[in-house]
Design a protein. Structure first.
Length: 317
């Protein structure tokens, strides 16, 4: 008796504004080899066509990545297993904020084994200032095009103009060194930089006084909305300066401030909070943003990330 094969395949894609989920659960039993091969060829041809449809120009973000911080608890327990889980979700692009005890070489090997990539490497502010050459080397090993810093040390409760001036100096210096290695430097806003200053905010001061050749920005949507800013307006104000985006949503009804802090339960599944994602992604298309990463700080990320990914991939032009 000749048995064929068992194929289980799920493909999520968006086409002509219709969200389709293709499930193939096919068993070929007592099938002649030639007929088996022919049917399999037809099935895989269909899957290729459908997948191509899903990544068409009709979708703003056809292949969102994820921030490693989202799965920090899982990574701390099992790095290879967590990479496998993320890959099973359909995600292959990771922005690493931590290497979870691995060297850059070890992490790159794990990614290569799974056909996954790291496009952005997040490091602390102090490493930008004191360890920039090593950071550049690690980023190159990982294959990252970007190095990102996600916060600025300052004496609470208030980020000041003196903090901003020092930030500008450090960003210009570190960004210039990274550019000499062929790497873009990005700063990820965290809310506290939007305190009013003169005719704008301290974030405006940082953008306007850093060298655009060396310093770019990653917009975190939650940490733009939380301090009361309009992400669409900000993208339109600085379209050339933003190169990365964190897809992150803030619970409805939450009133933010300039603290740069909010409980993790205020992170919600994308599309269920305060962020107007269709408007944001439409505006982002006219900027220099290259990569989009889902971020979720809640404890339920295994269930929530696929929902957020599905929502983002459903937004069409």
């Amino acid at each position: 008796m000749q048995y064929g094969c068992y194929l289980k395949k799920r493909v999520n894609f968006t086409c002509n504004s219709a969200k389709l989920n293709l499930f193939e659960n096919i068993k070929f039993i007592k099938m002649k080899p030639k007929k088996n091969l022919l049917i399999l060829s037809v099935i895989f041809s269909c899957l290729v066509v459908f997948s191509s449809c899903g990544t068409s120009n009709n979708v703003y973000v056809p292949d969102p990545g994820v921030v490693s911080f989202t799965f920090r608890n899982q990574f701390q327990e099992d790095v290879p297993g967590t990479l496998d889980m993320i890959k099973e979700m359909g995600i292959t692009n990771i922005e690493f904020s931590n290497l979870f005890g691995k060297t850059a070489t070890e992490m790159r090997a794990l990614l290569d084994e799974r056909d996954m990539i790291c496009t952005s490497y997040g490091v602390g502010y102090n490493r930008l200032v004191d360890d920039i050459e090593r950071v550049a080397e690690e980023a190159k090993i990982l294959g990252a095009k970007y190095v990102r810093v996600a916060s600025i040390p300052y004496e609470r409760p208030e980020f000041t103009i003196d903090n901003a001036k020092k930030t500008v100096e450090d960003f210009n210096r570190g960004g210039k060194i990274l550019s000499e290695h062929g790497i873009y430097f990005c700063y990820h806003n965290h809310g506290f930089e939007f305190r009013p200053y003169e005719d704008g905010t301290l974030f405006d001061y940082i953008v306007q006084n850093t060298d655009p050749r060396y310093v770019s920005f990653e917009m975190d949507l939650l940490w733009t909305v939380h301090p009361g800013q309009d992400p669409v307006e900000l993208l339109e104000r600085y379209p050339e300066r933003f190169r990365l985006m964190h897809l992150k949503d803030l619970r409805r009804g939450v009133t933010g401030d300039f603290s740069g802090r909010t409980p993790s339960e205020n992170d919600v599944v994308l599309g269920t909070g305060q962020v107007d994602f269709p408007a944001v992604l439409k505006a982002a298309e006219r900027t220099n943003i290259e990569y989009y990463y889902i971020e979720d700080e809640s404890p339920d990320v295994i269930e929530r990330v696929p929902k957020s990914r599905e929502y983002i991939m459903s937004i069409t032009k």
